[in-house]
Design a protein around this ligand. Structure first.
Ligand SMILES: [Fe+2]
Length: 240
């Protein structure tokens, strides 16, 4: 496929991002297979999707770093973040993603398969030993701990801990960016909404790390949220 102007800068930006450990990130992208997949993905994804994925990847990587996960897991979070919505290319009416208000059952039927599509596309098209793990994380990015997510209504430990990072960041990014039907919420408001689901739908350690990061970055939120010391299940769960 022809090289596009849109694809390379995304990888480059990731590599140059100040907050990243460049050694880890560069190693993640050493394989040209990622570049090939990236170009293909960028040719098919909308600009807003690409920008959203980019932000989710970077913030997810920072959360994983704060939680003290292995270099491999940090890289997997980063890569899954970069491609988690690639399945949107198969959604027949993408305008539904921008719909205001509660989604109807018919809308959900159209939207929800995109997570499974992402998993399938990554598995099929990314020719790399990491592909099954990246695909799983991407496929679970709308699963919620209480089983009310999609596509498989996974519960608790059925959800990969790295996917839980993408889930929380995905929601945070959606809330803090403009939509056609509303202005972006402030970080403080977004965190307040996210904290309502902490420990029930969202992993509380991930929410804690997200809160810490946002506080550190902005210094202008006023939530009084205690983040506990992150000895975190990441250290005890198998990541392979
Ligand atoms: Fe999604």
């Amino acid at each position: 496929m022809a090289k596009t102007e849109q694809s390379e800068p995304r990888l480059l930006l990731l590599q140059q991002h100040e907050g990243n450990d460049s050694r880890v990130v560069k190693r993640s992208f050493l394989s040209s297979k990622f570049s090939t997949f990236e170009r293909k993905h960028c040719d098919k994804a909308s600009t807003s999707t690409k920008q959203h994925e980019h932000r989710v990847a970077l913030l997810g990587f920072e959360i994983a770093t704060l939680l003290g996960v292995s270099d491999l897991s940090r890289s997997l979070v980063l890569l899954a973040g970069m491609f988690h919505d690639t399945g949107k290319r198969y959604v027949k009416d993408p305008s539904i993603f921008l719909k205001n208000g509660k989604l109807s059952p018919a809308d959900r039927e159209i939207i929800e398969p995109h997570a499974q599509h992402s998993q399938d596309i990554i598995l099929k098209e990314l020719q790399h030993p990491f592909a099954p793990r990246i695909a799983l994380i991407a496929g679970q990015h709308h699963e919620l701990l209480d089983g009310t997510g999609y596509p498989n209504k996974c519960v608790g430990s059925e959800i990969d801990p790295r996917a839980r990072i993408i889930t929380a960041v995905d929601i945070f990014d959606a809330l803090t960016n403009n939509r056609p039907y509303r202005q972006a919420l402030s970080y403080r408001k977004a965190l307040t909404i996210i904290h309502r689901d902490s420990g029930t739908k969202l992993d509380k350690d991930v929410v804690g790390a997200l809160t810490t990061l946002v506080h550190n970055k902005q210094g202008r939120t006023h939530l009084n949220v205690q983040t506990r010391n992150h000895s975190f299940p990441f250290r005890t769960l198998a990541f392979h």
